[in-house]
Design a protein around this ligand. Structure first.
Ligand SMILES: [Zn+2]
Length: 426
């Protein structure tokens, strides 16, 4: 028996070493075979195409700047470890929470093109004249800490990281965690991970990562089979499996999805990625592999190929546009309360008197280093805004001159978060 287990382990190890594989095509076959999921997919694609057209044509409402359209996207994330027992030690749980944060940090770097190895691009870009620059989207992935779903037992301030049976009983969808960007980490045989393409947060969809393709660094003692450790998984040790799978979640295809004459409709449907019909492994020399079109080289350092983590480091602007269009088409599906410190802040500051005649005091129970105040009317028009720096005074008096009677809203933003309260002026 021991021998069988050992051989199985060796075979698996060899498979891990030899190939990055992603299960996106298999999951899409399952989705398209299910009439309800297929309908969600088709409707979603329709919406996506409209958003993509808007971005490509820059068709915005008059007066709306591109900067406003592209306001930083904050995406609430939740991580789930169904193979780690709910009764596991706090040491292990704390370690996994830290690894989840570490994974999120590298994700943010990759999506904003602030990853350290992006600097490799400048010396190789001349091989890829159709790639105008590296791509990035103004996005911040944040592990949710507030207003967790009912029944999960997680209190405010605790990160949305679950263990054991707290999530989905082995399935890929859990409506308890709908409206989050869910990542499930569990043993998945020889594949590194998979994602629906695209994913719909309102349906509780998830990205699944194999345990050994999650995070980076030395992993956590006692977590079997463990995050990337040692030389066995050298190719997948920088947390980029999630960068790749989230690319699918935001509607990207593999860069090796085929040759075709119309770059908008064939291959990966992105025009600034050189077309290719062959996935690449390991760490090819930049510019060393021919693409479909004569003279074009395969963009082996792109996150949507199969090369080693250490050798992939960029998206293209075309891919970023496609992801942003997908984000715009599903952004209303993300929870708006999961990142809010509202409950915490509600108890941290008060406004008095309220109702008032236009003069009132904001008082913090705990000193905020700096905060900003914005008052706006029910049409959304800002009537007052100011930033305050304070080191000693926990309260600040505010006078609104010549303000009409009525209902207003006040946003108070500090390093602890943002909260909105109603202000009544009599
Ligand atoms: Zn993939």
């Amino acid at each position: 028996m021991k021998k069988i287990i050992l051989s199985f382990f060796l075979l698996t190890s060899v498979a891990i070493n030899a190939q990055r594989t992603c299960g996106v095509e298999e999951i899409m076959q399952k989705i398209m075979a299910d009439p309800i999921q297929r309908e969600i997919y088709l409707k979603g694609q329709e919406k996506f195409e409209k958003e993509l057209e808007k971005l490509n044509n820059r068709v915005y409402r008059s007066g709306e700047s591109i900067e406003n359209v592209n306001a930083t996207a904050r995406i609430p994330m939740a991580f789930h470890f169904p193979s780690v027992s709910t009764t596991a030690s706090n040491t292990l749980k704390d370690c996994l929470r830290a690894l989840a944060q570490n994974q999120v940090n590298s994700l943010n770097a990759d999506y904003n093109a602030t990853n350290a190895d992006i600097s490799n691009w400048s010396s190789v870009s001349s091989f890829y004249p159709i790639v105008p620059s590296v791509g990035s989207i103004d996005v911040e992935f944040v592990i949710a800490t507030q207003n967790h779903p009912a029944g999960t037992g997680l209190s405010n301030g605790i990160p949305a990281v679950t263990f054991g049976t707290e999530f989905l009983n082995g399935s890929d969808v859990d409506l308890t965690w709908s409206r989050y960007m869910n990542v499930v980490v569990r043993p998945e045989g020889g594949i590194l991970g998979y994602s629906p393409k695209p994913g719909f947060p309102s349906s509780g969809m998830t990205v699944v990562l194999n345990t050994w393709a999650f995070g980076s660094g030395n992993g956590c003692a006692g977590y079997v089979p463990g995050v990337p450790q040692g030389s066995q998984q050298t190719g997948i040790n920088k947390g980029r499996t999630l960068t790749h799978e989230l690319g699918h979640f935001f509607n990207l295809d593999h860069t090796f999805d085929g040759c075709g004459t119309n770059c908008n409709a064939s291959g990966d449907k992105v025009c600034d990625t050189p077309a290719s019909n062959q996935e690449q492994y390991g760490c090819p020399s930049p510019g060393s592999i021919n693409g479909c079109v004569s003279g074009q080289k395969v963009l082996t350092m792109n996150y949507m190929d199969y090369t080693d983590d250490a050798c992939m480091y960029m998206f293209t602007p075309g891919q970023a546009t496609r992801m942003l269009a997908q984000y715009n088409s599903i952004k209303n599906q993300f929870s708006t309360t999961a990142l809010s410190n509202e409950t915490f802040l509600e108890n941290q500051f008060s406004i008095y008197p309220n109702p008032n005649k236009g003069s009132f005091t904001i008082e913090f129970k705990e000193l905020a280093n700096s905060f900003s105040v914005e008052v706006y009317d029910i049409t959304g028009k800002t009537i007052y805004e100011n930033n305050y720096n304070q080191s000693a005074n926990p309260s600040q008096m505010i006078n609104l001159d010549n303000v009409n009677r009525g209902i207003y809203f006040i946003n108070v933003k500090s390093d602890k978060g943002l909260v909105t309260k109603k202000l009544v002026i009599q």
